[in-house]
Design a protein around this ligand. Structure first.
Ligand code: UD1
Length: 364
């Protein structure tokens, strides 16, 4: 374990960043959070700022695209480690706002590289919140069980209800757990920007004494995820819709699979990465290691909130850039960080449901 005394978190008021900040602070680290408090995410929520302040975390309001403000913040706070979590995160939304997504995620990361070079002489580690979305459809096998690359799904296939991942000749493939051995093949603008973040950081600090670590996160969920952001994670969207008495719209045929990993487990992975005696230079995949269909997750949330599990519409709609299945192979995280997830999906869904019920009561 290395001892860190000063940490800087971009996106430090976000869902993951704010919990990471409090966790590091409790471990005795001086933490500064740099966040632009994007209204789409933070509107109607004053809790995060209070929680961070109560914990003794410094909150700096600023945007990663504002190089001068970022530079001032880094030079003043003198961090040894920078956690880079500031990002636009919506797969579907990135299709509508390619400039905004590229600007924040890619250019923001490039600014961070230049700022650390010029104004962060103490920085020795940068840890990126990467995304499993960079794999696109991820690892798949053919009918003979051979690993075979999946190509991007085609709108014409999706429109006629053929949702399965396919190889380049159109043969249907079966998904398997994905790890960093898999070729990257981002399927959305969001995913492309997340891959660029990895590359800009690695290439930007190449040959320097700053180590770069990347955690490729699966779908992070849990209490505290924005209930007001219409582009937030699907489970929070479903909780809000359940509270509002709405029917849950499930895209495609409901059999899309995601690996949902609880935010507390993800925070533990970031802490383990930052404190590792030697930070893994290879990408580390972080997920539960198990998939659940969106249909089953929706039903479980309805039941957890005491509602009719049939209040569901399977729409056949599909989003540009969506991928079909995602399940992480966590082996490297276990081997290099001694990390494994602690909270199983139904326990986590129950805690999300309980929190959203309480949140709704307070906001009502
Ligand atoms: C999510 C994260 C992204 C992360 C990635 C890693 C969010 C907003 N995005 O993307 O930051 O890098 O995981 O895998 O958390 N769906 C419905 N009905 C809805 C909304 C969504 O069926 O009303 C479906 C979508 O089609 C999708 C699935 O739910 O297949 C998950 O969608 P979403 O929560 O937006 O996450 P990802 O796109 O997987």
């Amino acid at each position: 374990m290395v001892e860190i005394t000063r940490a800087f978190i971009t996106g430090g008021a976000g869902f993951i960043g704010s919990r990471l900040a409090v966790s590091l602070k409790k471990a005795g680290v001086d933490v500064s959070c740099y966040d632009n408090f994007l209204p789409q995410v933070h509107l109607g929520n004053t809790d995060t700022r209070r929680i961070l302040k109560d914990a003794g975390v410094e909150v700096i309001v600023g945007d990663v695209r504002d190089a001068d403000a970022l530079s001032l913040a880094v030079s003043r706070t003198k961090p040894q480690i920078v956690y880079h979590l500031a990002a636009e995160t919506g797969t579907g939304q990135s299709h509508d706002f390619p400039v905004r997504y590229t600007d924040v995620n890619v250019l923001g990361t490039a600014h961070l590289v230049e700022v650390i070079r010029k104004a962060g002489p103490d920085v020795r580690r940068v840890v990126l919140a990467g995304s499993r979305s960079v794999y696109g459809e991820g690892a798949c096998v053919d009918q003979a069980g051979q690993l075979t690359p999946a190509v991007e799904r085609l709108p014409k296939d999706l429109a006629r209800g053929d949702y399965a991942p396919k190889d380049k000749d159109g043969a249907t493939l079966l998904p398997v757990k994905t790890n960093a051995e898999c070729v990257v093949r981002p399927a959305s603008i969001y995913a492309s920007t997340k891959l660029m973040q990895e590359r800009v950081l690695r290439q930007g600090f190449w040959g320097s004494d700053v180590d770069v670590g990347v955690l490729r996160l699966q779908n992070v969920y849990g209490p505290g995820q924005s209930m007001n952001n219409p582009y937030t994670g699907v489970l929070s969207i479903f909780c809000r819709q359940i509270m509002e008495g709405k029917t849950l719209n499930i895209f495609e045929d409901g059999q899309i699979t995601r690996d949902f990993v609880l935010v507390d487990d993800v925070v533990a992975a970031f802490v383990a990465m930052g404190c590792a005696a030697s930070m893994p230079s290879d990408v580390v995949d972080i997920g539960l290691g198990q998939g659940i269909t969106i249909l089953d997750a929706a039903r479980a949330l309805l039941v957890a909130l005491g509602q009719d599990p049939g209040r569901i519409a399977i729409t056949g709609n599909f989003r540009p850039g969506d991928i079909r299945h995602a399940i992480a192979d966590n082996t490297r995280a276990a081997n290099t960080l001694g990390w494994s997830p602690k909270v199983q999906i139904h326990q986590g869904l129950q805690s999300l449901a309980d929190w959203s019920r309480a949140y709704n009561r307070v906001m009502a």
